[in-house]
Design a binder for this molecule. Structure first.
Ligand SMILES: *Cc1c(COP(=O)(O)O)cnc(C)c1O
Length: 484
């Protein structure tokens, strides 16, 4: 139908029927891309000529829906990140799902941000948080919030830790006022933790790095020793930041023991479970997170091993009231007037720094309704088992070697050839990684273990199949011979 508004200009389509027809075509094309993702290169580097279209002046006149999609198809569509490909195993990313794509579209149409208002979006968000509480074994008292990702979740968790252990409301009013604090974690801790401490004004140097054992787990004895020494030297420890899934190897710190230390020392226990915490959903692998209930706060991502569209992470705090005491501010324009749209029982902006934010939990709510929680558990289990298969493929290859234990879904491997001197191996493996990327074969990411360059394969990918791992093994063997 033609737009019936008498007022111009408007941003609505001139003709809804035409818009509908074009939109359906676009949707079909995006579904085609997803259906055919396996046939595509994983990643393709962009040449100078491919970057040129991104240096043009702002278009003052529009090209219409089809025109904009045309531009997308010409310049952006050929160069995706590649993370939805079955052989994308770099860093830690989620694959995304077809349901998630539709959910994001629905959500954009529904256009109901979670600010501080009483609408179904609020109740959805609350419901999903309740599900997570149950899955992780948090009690009724726990509160949470959806944030942009694991880094922000870590920042929010440590902000609550700082509030709880370094000065409460006085700290909020007067800042740190020259006082210094320390936070403990392992050498394998993600860099978002020191970054958070920097942003929180504690200084990145307040992060005390404790050595790891041969399994990439924090050395518990060393934590105790360092705490005692630091107290003796007049420092003020406030928190331990534990790993549930290190980014390098997927190792789990001993949460049970760290929880005991935290209790005994009066410290906050924050757990960075960006992807590893998701293993708690599986009855088979839940034991990896033994002691998680001792955590005062837990950060995890939905856009990694839960495969949600970017960006969504979550922070949960056991003593939920501390979260609100950390972040609550008052203003007359946000008063909670009974019976109105602003009469909301809980205010998410009192649990973090964001006021306006998206309906972040919706794609997950939608996918859980569509696929069922069991499917998500199966995908986690499948990836853990695939990592074991890959590890044994590496062990069975005469020219490859594994560089670290495989406690979860990450395999660190390299080409070793036949009696190639150690000092030649790093450059050869760097070349292999580069070729895997540039030839669009597979995307592992670079890592270094005791100075040895690793092809790090992180399988948080529901599309990966055993044949993909076979392709990888063969490619690494062939490339190794090529570059020897
Ligand atoms: C990815 C990751 C983070 C950061 O999460 P983002 O969602 O990328 O901000 C933090 N810790 C670990 C262990 C991670 O793997």
């Amino acid at each position: 139908m033609k737009r019936d508004s008498k007022e111009t200009p408007s941003m609505d389509p001139e003709n809804w029927d035409e818009f509908r027809a074009k939109s359906h075509k676009i949707l079909d094309e995006m579904i085609d891309d997803l259906e055919g993702v396996r046939e595509r290169y994983v990643w393709k580097p962009m040449a100078d000529k491919d970057i040129e279209p991104f240096q043009r002046p702002i278009p003052m006149a529009g090209k219409g829906l089809a025109g904009a999609f045309d531009e997308f198809s010409k310049y952006i569509r050929p160069f995706p990140f590649g993370v939805n490909h079955p052989r994308f195993w770099g860093w830690v990313n989620g694959t995304g799902t077809a349901d998630g794509m539709i959910a994001n579209m629905i959500s954009a149409g529904f256009h109901s941000p979670n600010i501080l208002h009483n609408h179904a979006g609020f109740w959805t968000e609350r419901q999903v948080l309740e599900w997570f509480k149950g899955l992780f074994g948090f009690s009724e008292k726990a509160l949470g919030n959806f944030v942009s990702g694991g880094s922000t979740a870590n920042l929010m968790g440590l902000a609550v830790a700082r509030f709880a252990k370094a000065g409460g409301q006085n700290l909020r009013k007067n800042g740190l006022d020259g006082r210094k604090f320390t936070v403990y974690g392992s050498e394998s801790t993600h860099y978002s933790i020191p970054k958070a401490l920097d942003v929180l004004g504690l200084g990145a140097n307040s992060f005390v790095q404790i050595p790891v054992d041969g399994n990439d787990r924090i050395d518990i004895g060393a934590v105790k020793k360092r705490l005692a020494a630091d107290r003796k030297a007049g420092r003020t420890p406030i928190a331990i930041a534990a790993n549930a899934g290190t980014v390098g190897t997927g190792a789990f710190d001993d949460l049970e023991e760290l929880g005991k230390i935290a209790e005994a020392e009066g410290l906050w226990l924050h757990v960075d479970g960006a992807f590893g915490a998701i293993a708690a959903f599986s009855p088979k692998y839940r034991h990896l997170l033994k002691g998680l209930t001792k955590a005062d706060s837990l950060a995890f991502d939905l856009h990694k091993w839960l495969h949600q569209p970017y960006e969504v992470g979550c922070i949960m705090v056991k003593e939920g009231h501390l979260m609100e005491e950390t972040f609550r501010h008052k203003a007359s324009y946000i008063q909670n007037l009974p019976g109105t749209l602003s009469d909301v029982p809980e205010i998410f902006s009192d649990r973090g720094v964001e006021l306006s934010r998206g309906f972040r939990s919706f794609p997950f709510w939608f996918s859980i309704n569509s696929l069922g929680a069991q499917k998500f558990i199966e995908m986690v289990e499948k990836n853990i088992e695939q990592a074991k298969v890959l590890e044994s493929m590496v062990e069975n290859s005469p020219v490859l070697e594994s560089l670290a234990p495989v406690p979860l879904c990450i395999v660190n491997l390299r080409y070793k050839g036949d009696k190639i001197p150690e000092n030649k191996l790093n450059p050869i493996n760097e070349k292999i990684l580069t070729a895997l990327h540039r030839r669009g074969i597979a995307v592992p990411s670079p890592f270094s273990i005791a100075g040895r360059f690793s092809l790090r394969v992180n399988i948080t990918n529901h599309r990966t199949e055993i044949r993909d791992l076979e392709i990888l093994i063969k490619a690494v063997e062939d490339l190794g011979r090529e570059f020897e």
